[in-house]
Design a protein around this ligand. Structure first.
Ligand code: HEM
Length: 146
């Protein structure tokens, strides 16, 4: 059960952040203020999916890993708190701030600065989650071969 849940939750987290990132860049490059507000509001609601998905990924991963000293598991375990803290301390507050500013029609310097931070933090989490996915697939191949 947790072996099936873990990759589904992990891939859901990866796809959700990838969708945030691409829709933000597309809306701000080509969309109207109304489109940007729609995207920022959709992102805020999707946090209800993203936060539990990443929590489930972390909890199921740690349970499957047990006390393993496999270097891929050690790396995955080390990356997970960075992913979680980056999400909770940077991405969530940025999403709340940007949606409020967009709703007020304020797209000035503060919006742009926080938007830049959100895109950088999002790219960092995409990279770390992608690395965990790659190591996870290698671990699963090893288990299947054993
Ligand atoms: C966002 C973070 C993570 C993602 C995206 C992710 C993704 C994956 C994926 C795709 C698999 C392959 C599953 C399969 O094909 O059957 C996997 C396996 C695995 N993951 Fe993760 N993972 C993450 C975090 C973690 C963490 C924090 C741990 C704990 C240290 C962990 C431990 C494991 C273990 C032990 C397996 C191997 C299961 C087996 O032997 O079949 N993962 N992971």
């Amino acid at each position: 059960m947790i072996r099936a849940l873990h990759p589904i939750a992990g891939v859901t987290g990866l796809l959700t952040i990838a969708a945030f990132w691409t829709s933000t860049v597309a809306a701000e490059a080509f969309g109207s203020d109304a489109t940007v507000l729609a995207v920022k509001t959709a992102i805020l609601w999707s946090l209800l999916l993203l936060v539990p998905a990443l929590a489930i990924t972390g909890i199921t991963g740690v349970r499957m890993a047990g006390g393993s000293a496999d270097p891929r598991i050690v790396r995955k375990r080390r990356r997970m708190p960075v992913i979680a803290l980056n999400g909770l301390l940077v991405l969530v507050p940025c999403a709340v701030f940007l949606q409020a500013r967009a709703a007020a029609g304020e797209f000035g310097g503060a919006f742009i600065a926080v938007q830049a931070i959100e895109l950088l933090a999002g790219a960092a989490n995409l990279t770390l989650i992608g690395m965990n996915l790659r190591d996870g697939l290698a671990l699963a191949r090893r288990t299947a071969a054993a």
